[in-house]
Design a protein around this ligand. Sequence first.
Ligand SMILES: [Zn+2]
Ligand SMILES: [Zn+2]
Length: 341
Amino acid sequence: MSSEIRQNKATKEWVIISPSRGKRPHDFGQRKAERQPVPRYQADCPFCPGNEERLTPILYQASVPGSDSWQTRVVPNKFPALTPDNSVERYGVGPYVALPGYGQHEVVIESPRHDQELAGLGQAQLQTVINTYHQRYLALCAEPKNTLILIFRNHGPRAGASLLHPHSQVISTGIIPRHLRWREEEAERYYDEWGHCVFCDILAFEAADRQRVVLENESYLAFVPFAAEVPFELWIMPKRHQSDFAHTSNEERGALAQAMQSVLGRLHTKLNDPDYNYVFTTYNRPASEPHVHWYLRIRPRLVTRAGFEIGSGIRVNPSLPEADAAFLNDGERGVAASTKA
Ligand SMILES: [Zn+2]
Ligand SMILES: [Zn+2]
């Protein structure tokens, strides 16, 4: 296929899909040699059991039913990018505007085991991780200064992870970045013009077209977006219109765990455990909004941004989204055809 310039329907961002550059999906796999074996326990790791005194305070803990041990824990980041005891009052600096570094920066420890891969967690344990995100998200939503709350995970050195012990992070702050405001404005414009949510329209098309779908269960559709910015970018999106991750039911979080387990597991096996980031794109608003729709965005770190991309803001994706989906579906039972995964 020759290259094609595709637009992300929801944001109006352009991407150059240029798969003719000689790479096939499996060529993006990370070489195993790059990974060192990880011990089950490491004495100097602050997140390993026995080092609790180095974690102050424990903000949240999910315990193993009927035992003293824990499954997940949330603690403040030891080196926070932002601190909670600041105000969000803006002030002028000559022609500039600034505010104190207000925010909360938390670490979600996903397992007591130092070597536990998220992709290898059982569905119930993965749901405990998601429920932990949900608990902290609700707690941070209760603070009106938190206009932005991001739940994210950096996996591997190329994704910015500095500690090996499996963890995610939650950051809240008192600003709304241009990038997210712009997405919301585009979605709002679409809603005003057509009277529906752009993401619901994307879901309906992808669920019928199926060329980019990698998983569908009762509550979620996972697919490679039409204008994927990087090889194997994946969106896991609730099938029912839902603007905020806060509104998910426990049952829906179970279905999300099933979807994440399958999708992350396939990335892990088929691409040799690639580095990746994932981010919950969600809107913490008091009422349900008709035009915005939350989703989990997974971005493997398999390519680097180069000069053209930095200068133009246009990503060049060297892999065809349909080929990525087919590659992830290869050998999976009944994924592309059925509605149950
Ligand atoms: Zn550890
Ligand atoms: Zn929607």
